[in-house]
Structure formats: C-alpha cells, structure tokens
Ligand binder design. Structure first.
Ligand SMILES: *[C@@H]1O[C@H](CO)[C@@H](O)[C@H](O)[C@H]1NC(C)=O
Ligand SMILES: *[C@@H]1O[C@H](CO)[C@@H](O)[C@H](O)[C@H]1NC(C)=O
Length: 417
C-alpha cells in the first residue's frame, strides 16, 4: 500500500509541471524506490527470522550465560610454540577406553582409569618392555551405596590417579575421592560427593603431599557434570574449587575457590607451590601454598589438563582444543553463548572442538621451555596427560581415544633450560 502512494506522488507533481521527458525519469525513480522497498522488506524478513531463531535459542538454552571476569589470552603459535610434529610416531596400547591419567609403579606396571569406571593395570612384557604385557582389572568400576555426582550413571569415572606404596589415590568424576589397595582391590571412600557443600560436581584430579598427610583435589564445575561439560563452559561460571583433605583427621576444607574449571593439580618439588590448570581460561595458575594467593598466571595455547613432574625439576602440561578467535568472541558475548547452547544439540557442540593436541614443558617459575605438537590429533586427540616413563619414553593419555600413546622417541629432551 505504501508503495502505490509513493509511486503516485511524483507523477502528479510532474504532470502539473512539464512535458515529455519527466515520465521516464519518474518511472526510473519509482522502479528504484520499488526495488529499495523490496530489499528493505527482504532485510526485514531476514532479521525477523534471525531474531526468532536467536530468541528460540536464547530461551531454549538450559542455562543463563554470565559475563566473564577475565578473557583468555591468545598465545600465538610462534617461537617456542611453533607447530611441529613431535607427538607423531607414537605406539599404542589399545583396548583402553578414555585413559585420561597414567601412572607407573616401581615395577614397571602402568595404571589408568577408563570410561566404564575401571582402573586397570598394564603389565610389562615378560622381557620387561613397559606397556607391552597383560591388562588386568584393579577395580570393577562400581562402588555400591555411595552418592554419585551423576545420578543416572551407575559406575565411576576415574580422572586423576596418584600412588603411595600399594595405595592408589583416585579422583573420580562420579564418586569423589577414594583409595584403592592395589593388591586386594579393596576400595576406601575418602571424600564422597555429598561430604562438602555444595556437593562435588566433577572431581577431576588430585595430588598427595610427600608425607602422605594431605591430598589436594579439584572440583571442576559447580553446576554441570562430566556429561554436560560444554554447557558449563558456555555458561561461564568460575566457581571451581580446590580442596585439602587431611588423611589423619579425615577432614576436608576448601583452600581456594572461584577458579575457572580447576582441572589438573600438581605440587612443586618443595611443596611450596600448587599448579592448577584452568582449561577454559587457557592458563595454568600458580598458587603459593603458604598464603593460598595466586602468584602467577601462565597463558597457554591449548586447554591445559593434567600437570605432572618430568622428574627433572620441570613439569609436563598436556592439553588439547587450540585457542581460536571464535572462542575469544564467545567469551566476550554471553548472549551468543546462550543462543548456541539452545540451538545446537550437545553432540553437535562436541563436534566443534578443535582436535589439536599439545604437551608443554614448564619450569617451577612458570616459564615454558618447549612445546610438542600433534596438529591433527591423529596421534592422540583429547589429550589430557603426559608422563615420563622409567625407560625415558613419554606416555600420553586421552579423555576420548581408546588407547594410550607412547612416544617412540627414547631420548626426549627434558629440562632444556
Ligand atoms: C581475573 O584477573 C584478576 C587479575 O589477574 C585476578 O585477580 C582474578 O582472580 C581473576 N578472576 C578470575 C575469576 O579468574
Ligand atoms: C575386566 O573387567 C571387564 C569388565 O567387567 C571384563 O569384561 C574383563 O573380562 C575383565 N578382565 C579380566 C582380565 O578379568
């Protein structure tokens, strides 16, 4: 209707004034206006559709996204971080689903926790070759009659392992903290998920002081559990905690909170510092154990996961999901994070995670000495763990792959300072 009104007006005017040339001019003008209107209405409809989709996503999202206090820093892949293929050419120990964490005992046995909740022991071959022997069950993966973080999942999910003599200490995403006697397989629950308030949502990693008196462990999220981890990331809450468990008094207390996805935890050699990985912030936090104050943030190009001593005074940081500018954009735009969570299925969100895997060597002061890359994730994806074996090789764990990768490179240079 408004179109015809617009068309008529100039015609009337020109007829009243002069002759023959005008109408052509008018026709051009009205065509132009008509076209403009078409474009405008097309734009309007597109905007309307986009707004509807946006609103739909926004209101369908399972959470309200919040702004972040700090944004992650892009660490460019240059200098020490230049891409290489140092993580390729690894051999595999197969038949292990999601071996997130790996440790070796003093007899060359490896231990890892699996997606079905079991902890298994991988024996050396009869010739003493580490990782080449039988795989035997240490636990069944089930602990009866204790509360679970994920009610609908009836088995555990061991993510962090430490050993003292014949005892394995386990951080389990579903069960909390427990100890396993390696010989008998007997399980002793130390911190159940309901023993703290709010309850543990995602117990991720732990470390034990040399005296055995204290266990430090991380609870990664405050709302979503392991099976909806990406939602917790998009939501943007930084309410992750690190606890101290006293094995003598059997008491537990929060030592630091307000972390962003507190993940891998590692004490320094002198136990004066605690390194905590904060994957969604692409950094490692260094905490002074005397004051519990953060003394340094170390920015890294991947989401850091477990941190372990190299045995040479430095630390391996393993991680995956290379930082992207889209990630930086999402951090700054909570509304977009919320819309995306409402529009896409969880499976599709998982597919967007970049496959890049990386291991970094860091000094106690937080200086990065070298980086080992697997740009395609073909050698190992969803990398969570790197640990030096007693034969000098580097074992790599993954949250998703169904094998442990062991780098063939026997004389991996460590402590390049
Ligand atoms: C944000 O950065 C400041 C300064 O480095 C730090 O004190 C604070 O703890 C950080 N907040 C979070 C939630 O990480
Ligand atoms: C370990 O446990 C799994 C799952 O219960 C079972 O299928 C497998 O046979 C067990 N392996 C051994 C060596 O007993």
């Amino acid at each position: 209707m408004s179109a015809s009104v617009r068309r008529r007006k100039p015609e009337n005017k020109s007829n009243a004034k002069i002759g023959i040339e005008q109408p052509k001019n008018n026709k051009d003008k009205s065509d132009e206006q008509h076209c403009c209107f078409k474009c405008f209405s097309a734009l309007l409809s597109t905007l309307a559709v986009l707004t509807t989709i946006g609103l739909l996503g926004y209101y369908q999202a399972p959470f309200t996204a919040v702004p972040l206090e700090n944004y992650s820093v892009q660490v460019k892949l240059v200098g020490l971080f230049s891409p290489n293929n140092k993580l390729s050419e690894a051999t595999r120990i197969t038949g292990l689903s999601g071996p997130e964490c790996i440790l070796e005992d003093d007899k060359g046995n490896l231990y890892t926790g699996l997606a079905d909740g079991r902890i298994v022991q991988i024996r050396p071959s009869s010739k003493g070759h580490i990782g080449a022997g039988d795989i035997v069950n240490v636990t069944s993966g089930f602990i009866k009659n204790i509360p679970r973080a994920m009610e609908h999942v009836n088995h555990g999910r061991p993510l962090g392992l430490r050993r003292r003599d014949q005892i394995l200490y386990v951080a389990d995403a579903n069960y909390g903290i427990y100890a396993v006697n390696i010989r008998s397989g007997e399980v002793d629950t130390l911190v159940a998920v309901n023993d703290v308030n709010p309850p543990l949502a995602l117990t991720d990693d732990l470390c034990v002081s040399k005296s055995g008196k204290f266990i430090y462990f991380s609870d990664m999220t405050s709302s979503y559990k392991l099976d909806r981890l990406i939602y917790a990331n998009l939501e943007g809450l930084c309410k992750s905690r690190v606890f101290q468990y006293n094995t003598e008094s059997k008491t537990v207390r929060v030592v630091t909170s307000s972390l962003c996805f507190g993940n891998g935890v590692q004490l320094s050699e002198d136990e004066n510092l605690l390194f905590v990985a904060e994957p969604t912030s692409y950094r490692v936090r260094i905490i002074d154990m005397m004051t519990w104050k953060t003394v340094r943030f170390v920015d890294v190009p991947i989401m850091p996961d477990n941190i372990r001593s190299t045995g040479q005074g430095t630390y391996w940081i393993a991680g995956s999901s290379l930082w992207t500018s889209s990630y930086g954009f999402l951090e700054r735009n909570p509304v977009v994070r919320q819309i995306i969570a409402g529009l896409f299925s969880y499976k599709n969100l998982e597919r967007t995670i970049p496959k890049y895997s990386m291991v970094l060597e860091m000094t106690e002061e937080g200086e990065i000495l070298q980086s080992l890359h697997d740009p395609t994730g073909d050698s190992i994806s969803a990398l969570t763990h790197a640990v030096t074996l007693s034969d000098g090789r580097l074992a790599l764990g993954s949250f998703k792959d169904d094998f442990i990768a062991i780098l063939n490179e026997k004389n991996l240079a460590i402590g390049l300072a």
